[in-house]
Design a protein around this ligand. Structure first.
Ligand SMILES: Cc1cc2nc3c(=O)[nH]c(=O)nc-3n(C[C@H](O)[C@H](O)[C@H](O)COP(=O)(O)OP(=O)(O)OC[C@H]3O[C@@H](n4cnc5c(N)ncnc54)[C@H](O)[C@@H]3O)c2cc1C
Length: 381
């Protein structure tokens, strides 16, 4: 089988890229591993600042159609014990964000890209040379070889292609997350159905999934011992006893499924090569505090699109290095803003979770001193 672009990964980044390549008439194939973990609804939100991007790319209809609801603000308790009302009325262009059903968006995008998506059970071989990519996959004990001019890593934090290319990943923190679905509780003090609260060992967010269900997520770092208690719902009561409002959302249930995941802020040392690129979380992944992961995935696709088009149609590789440079710069700006946000919580500066954010200045200076050449990022000691 011959094509021009192989996209590995069928998340938002991979499918949005497929959607645009199809519009441009560029031959491609999305490879989707069949035995991946089942989808767990997180009711992800997109802030109002992400709406112009969706609008400019003509994606807003798909997102609005599959929105659980429009969001007009959220409540938080961060830095002190006051419940803060963060409404979106003062936002410039859009006064609302979206709480989305990610699975429904992925299903819709897949429908639009159907003939370009291929499931596989096992990847047997992958050879990336300067001018050609060859992948061998297996399905029902049948082997299939796919040749292409280039390959895209859209496998999220798994970074399957970057791993094969031995590209190091810079982890900027060790944030992990545990989430569960609980019967919906409507809190008398909250009008919005999204609430964020910080506590000594991390922070948590509760958000309504539907009329009956809340999703509760607790974030801490890998070194923090509360993660052992968060793996089993029986431990959540004691962990959240340190919170003021979040604990009210716990239900008295014995059996609750807990899903754990990495939620760190990380970036690959190299985001593109001579005929490969990483998009979405595979390239750079953001701490979910920003709610900017999905907008970021779409932004990286937008940046990648003209580079791919130019390489496939004319063989021009100049865009690859420029792509890396743009993304490194976007990541660094975000990273500074995110750390400032964490430092706005100074009640537990000595706790194992929070103290890291107050000792970051050195690292931030180190990032300013990076050398970036031909899309490769080298950190100075
Ligand atoms: C707890 C939590 C809460 C979040 N909340 C929000 C939020 O409110 N708002 C927001 O904007 N973002 C949020 N995010 C982040 C957001 O979900 C991601 O940034 C976004 O989904 C990234 O999309 P992606 O397509 O790059 O990667 P993914 O969504 O991870 O998709 C990657 C795809 O690649 C597939 N894949 C993986 N390995 C392989 C392989 N070896 N071969 C083939 N396929 C493979 C996976 O099955 C998946 O389909 C949250 C993240 C977490 C962890």
């Amino acid at each position: 089988m011959n094509t021009d672009v192989i996209i590995v990964g069928k998340g938002i980044a991979g499918l949005v890229l497929s959607f645009f390549l199809k519009k441009k008439g560029i031959r491609h194939l999305v490879l989707d591993r069949k035995n991946m973990a089942k989808h767990f609804a997180l009711a992800e939100t997109l802030p109002p600042s992400a709406m112009p991007l969706l609008q400019s790319l003509d994606l807003i209809k798909i997102f609005e159609k599959n929105a659980i609801q429009k969001t007009y603000g959220y409540h938080s308790m961060w830095g002190n014990t006051r419940i803060q009302n963060n409404n979106f009325f003062s936002q410039l262009s859009y006064k609302n964000g979206l709480k989305i059903n990610k699975k429904a968006i992925i299903d819709d995008l897949e429908q639009l890209c159907n003939e370009d998506v291929m499931g596989y059970e096992k990847m047997l071989n992958m050879i990336i040379s300067k001018d050609e990519v060859t992948i061998e996959v297996e399905n029902n004990h049948q082997k299939e070889i796919i040749n292409a001019k280039m390959i895209i890593d859209a496998t999220g934090r798994n970074r399957a292609i970057l791993k094969k290319l031995n590209i190091p990943i810079q982890l900027h923190d060790n944030l992990i997350c545990f989430s569960c679905h609980l019967p919906r509780v409507k809190h008398p003090k909250l009008t919005y159905d999204i609430f964020v609260e910080s506590f000594e060992d991390g922070w948590g967010i509760v958000s309504a999934l539907d009329e009956e269900t809340n999703i509760l997520s607790v974030f801490t770092n890998k070194e923090n011992l509360i993660q052992l208690r968060l793996k089993d719902y029986k431990g959540w009561q004691s962990v959240l006893s340190k919170t003021i409002v979040l604990k009210d959302f716990l239900a008295k249930q014995a059996e609750v499924k807990i899903v754990g995941s990495d939620a760190n802020c990380s970036i690959a040392n190299c985001l593109s090569g001579e005929n490969w690129m990483a998009v979405g979380d595979a390239a750079l992944s953001f701490d979910p505090l920003s709610s900017y992961g999905i907008a970021n995935a779409i932004y990286t696709v937008k940046e990648a699109l003209s580079v791919i088009e130019s390489y496939i149609l004319t063989g021009d590789r100049k865009g690859f290095a420029a792509y890396s440079k743009t993304l490194f710069s976007a990541f660094d700006s975000y990273y500074m803003v995110k750390n400032e946000l964490y430092r706005a919580e100074s009640r537990w500066m000595e706790s194992s979770f929070w103290k890291g954010f107050f000792r970051l200045e050195d690292e931030e200076n180190r990032i300013d001193n990076t050398h970036r050449q031909n899309g490769t990022r080298i950190i100075l000691d």
